[in-house]
Ligand binder design. Structure first.
Ligand SMILES: *[C@@H]1O[C@H](CO)[C@@H](O)[C@H](O)[C@H]1NC(C)=O
Ligand SMILES: *[C@@H]1O[C@H](CO)[C@@H](O)[C@H](O)[C@H]1NC(C)=O
Ligand SMILES: *[C@@H]1O[C@H](CO)[C@@H](O)[C@H](O)[C@H]1NC(C)=O
Length: 455
């Protein structure tokens, strides 16, 4: 008599609550896997959690190893009396002329020329295209008129946006002020975003200046990031400062290769790009060559400074929500940067070379499955690892990430942008411009609050 009732009871209440319970546990595990900052998520759950922002299967392999030599279609020897780039004399010269910029930094302007060709094929960019861009937080509209930088409007949500916008404006101002030929600067107007991703602020078909793009975001223009001006991340991770100051601090400590620890170092926050970063943790677990740990910002667990990374021969690089601005600091170390196939392109990524005599970093799969094998190869052949580290320094720190290269890049960006947007230049009336914008020099004197939503 009681049995059918019991099984009916089980059927009506027991099974749904068991299913509900399992489902709840699963959802909780996934939530936990994505949001925990500690190394306390089992590898099983890591397999199950969604890839989130890095769901891409279309990683970029930069087959542009030739860029170091291809010089973007320029003749091999631009002028007979042209001399070779010399980091001692040239790295800090902000006033290199256009021919020197081209000759000293072949391959640096790839993306600018790509964007120019893209828009020229579409009959150029008009004021209407700019007006079509809806400005949201993290964006600013600015102009160059008679060689001077003007701010037209800014939208910032908090100090993070404000500081990034100021960093970009400062960099542009520096490149304009140091231009060897101010009469070569045409009037123009543009909109930039300091957000991590294009789709944080706009759809990808706008002519927007951004910090990083995915390969299929062809309409946008790449700028050097705000960290070349200066960056302070927060109160906890020490002072960062201008990029050149980080480089100075690294040079002062200058750990020779022989004294660097033969290990792969990585420190980062796990809840950004949880699946990918946990995959690195898994691949490195219990390996004698690994010093890979999560940072828990609350109590600064496992924190080491930017410069301390240089004590290691190998430094892992992992994208976060989008590109990671820390790549340039890692490239300053004289160590081997080990990066997964990157999904986001920054202005200097075209110079990354993953094989051959000019190799300047080591590339692994996005799931880090080949990391142990690649690490073994590097450890077995320290001389070739040292060559990669040397190439990284000579290519990036001493050449393409210098103040000279950065100001060349900004001027080339303005130049190619105006070449693709003659309608905008024609629409600007210099005498009436003071009514539309405020000079950069005045803008930086405004109160912080006023800067965030200007005018
Ligand atoms: C920087 O480069 C310009 C152009 O070649 C040159 O005239 C100038 O003397 C250089 N400045 C320094 C400090 O080397
Ligand atoms: C400066 O730029 C203008 C406009 O592009 C050009 O006509 C002139 O020859 C340049 N001057 C020098 C010294 O390069
Ligand atoms: C790397 O650079 C250092 C310093 O310039 C040099 O002493 C060393 O021989 C170089 N090593 C290789 C493998 O090229």
């Amino acid at each position: 008599m009681t049995r059918p009732n019991q099984s009916r009871y089980l059927f009506r209440f027991g099974i749904p609550s068991i299913v509900g319970g399992i489902l709840g546990l699963l959802i909780w595990s996934l939530w936990f896997g994505v949001n925990s900052d500690r190394d306390n998520v089992s590898s099983l759950i890591n397999h199950l959690i969604p890839a989130g922002h890095c769901a891409c299967q279309t990683a970029v392999s930069f087959e542009c190893g030739s860029c170091l030599r291809c010089a973007s279609g320029l003749p091999e020897d631009p002028t007979p009396q042209a001399r070779a780039y010399n980091p001692v004399y040239d790295a800090h010269n902000l006033s290199l002329n256009a021919a020197q910029c081209q000759g000293f930094f072949p391959g640096l302007f790839e993306d600018v020329h790509r964007a120019q060709a893209f828009w020229t094929a579409k009959h150029g960019i008009s004021m209407h295209d700019l007006n079509d861009i809806h400005l949201v937080d993290g964006m600013a509209r600015a102009a160059v008129v008679n060689g001077q930088l003007y701010v037209i409007s800014t939208h910032a949500r908090g100090d993070d946006h404000r500081r990034k916008i100021l960093g970009i404006l400062g960099s542009i101002h520096r490149a304009l002020a140091s231009s060897p030929n101010t009469s070569a600067l045409p009037n123009t107007e543009f909109i930039f975003s300091v957000e991590d991703k294009v789709d944080d602020v706009a759809s990808p078909h706008h002519p927007l200046w951004v910090l990083a793009r995915k390969p299929d975001e062809k309409a946008v223009w790449l700028m050097p990031d705000f960290g070349f001006w200066a960056w302070e991340h927060g109160k906890v991770d020490g002072k960062i400062g201008p990029y050149t100051q980080v480089v100075d601090r690294i040079r002062q400590k200058d750990v020779p290769w022989e004294e660097k620890e033969a290990k792969l170092v990585w420190r980062g926050k796990l809840s950004f790009a949880a699946k990918m970063r946990r995959a690195l943790l898994e691949a490195a677990r219990n390996q004698p060559w690994a010093d890979v740990k999560e940072i828990v910002w609350k109590d600064k667990t496992n924190f080491i400074s930017m410069e301390e990374h240089c004590r290691y021969r190998f430094i892992a690089h992992v994208e976060g929500r989008s590109y990671s601005a820390s790549l340039k600091y890692r490239q300053a170390c004289g160590s081997v940067v080990v990066a997964h196939k990157l999904q986001y392109i920054q202005h200097h990524h075209y110079l990354l070379v993953s094989s051959g005599p000019d190799q300047n970093f080591v590339e692994v799969e996005r799931d880090f499955s080949d990391l142990p094998a690649k690490m073994q190869t590097l450890l077995d052949d320290p001389a070739s690892a040292e060559r990669i580290a040397n190439n990284s320094v000579t290519t990036f720190r001493d050449r393409y990430l210098t103040p000279a290269a950065e100001s060349c890049y900004w001027r080339e960006l303005l130049d190619q942008w105006t070449a693709a947007s003659r309608h905008i230049t024609d629409a600007i009336s210099p005498s009436e411009f003071v009514l539309r914008g405020i000079r950069y020099e005045s803008f930086i004197l405004l109160d912080s609050q006023k800067m965030m939503q200007f005018p």
